[in-house]
Design a protein around this ligand. Structure first.
Ligand code: ATR
Length: 274
């Protein structure tokens, strides 16, 4: 039997990454002959880590914090969605070519549409934050043709700068706001700030939530995040980012193998194991 193809997730830290478990499930389900490991890269050694992995026969990798910009720089070819996102979470190695792709945004959209069962067309969407995580999801959200997409950030100037990257004539649904100027409910509110990492939450008014709103946190945990708890206490529905993680992985798997794994059962199993 031919030896399995090697894949990895590269980050620092990396111990808690769920990606190996997700890709092992995808491989078993689709009969793909591959291995998928965790690779801890030194903070100043990302390029070397990737080169060594390629030399050892690596076929592709996911890239996580804090290396998504370095992966973008290292890629010799970029997909359109990676170029627009300004960051790379998926690398594919073909001979001397390093393809850089970004599957995060589609992961978010697919989780909301397929698993939460909500169409985004004509909806009012609010994105909280203006860092790399938010930049990566703007275009895939706009592609769904929402009625409005508002980017709100603690530092408003950063939201304005970000919106300018996407503001072409066809995107007149895109606008920016300060947190305190948000006064009406949105259909979907997506927290893409890094506030949750320190158990904080963005200081947003409760007027953004209604009973029909979905509050979506891009991070996940065993318990609802503070942002989710705040939304729930104001009558909204809430969802964490575990489904986004599974869906971005599924899209990476497709980029590497040309096969689409089934994701609902993998998401359910992962939820069980949290
Ligand atoms: P990432 O790549 O994860 O998006 P980043 O580029 O450092 O990380 O961006 C972090 C984002 O979280 C920013 O939008 C930041 O707001 P500022 O631009 O005002 O700094 C936001 N953020 C972090 N902590 C926050 C907090 N406690 N409240 C509100 N926003 C916060």
């Amino acid at each position: 039997m031919t030896p399995p193809d090697r894949y990895a997730v590269i980050g620092n830290p990396i111990t808690h990454s769920k990606s190996p478990e997700i890709h092992a499930r995808f491989a078993a389900q689709t009969g793909q002959n591959l291995t998928y490991e965790r690779l801890l890269s030194p903070l100043d050694g990302f390029t070397n880590t990737v080169k060594t992995f390629i030399a050892q026969g690596g076929k592709g990798a996911n890239v996580t914090v804090p290396f998504k910009l370095e992966a973008f720089e290292m890629a010799t070819t970029l997909t359109d969605r990676a170029r627009i996102a300004g960051a790379v979470n998926t690398l594919r190695f073909d001979g001397n070519t390093i393809l850089g792709d970004n599957t995060d945004g589609l992961g978010l959209v697919n989780d909301i549409v397929q698993h939460a069962g909500l169409a985004l067309k004509n909806k009012r969407l609010l994105l909280l934050g203006a860092g790399g995580a938010v930049r990566g999801v703007i275009q895939p959200l706009l592609d769904q043709k929402p009625a409005a997409l508002v980017i709100a950030n603690r530092t408003v100037s950063k939201a304005v700068e970000l919106a300018q990257i996407f503001s072409v004539a066809s995107n007149d649904s895109l606008s920016t706001s300060a947190f305190h100027d948000l006064r009406t409910p949105f259909d979907i509110i997506i927290n893409g700030t890094s506030a949750g990492l320190t158990d904080e939450m963005p200081n947003v008014p409760s007027a953004i939530f209604s009973k029909r709103s979905l509050a979506y946190d891009m991070v996940y945990g065993k318990q609802p995040t503070r942002f989710m708890q705040f939304a729930l206490s104001h009558g909204a529905q809430a969802r964490d980012g575990l489904g986004m993680l599974v869906e971005q992985a599924a899209e990476s798997f497709f980029v590497w193998r040309g096969v689409r794994p089934e994701t609902a059962s993998v998401l359910a199993a992962l939820r069980e194991s949290l």
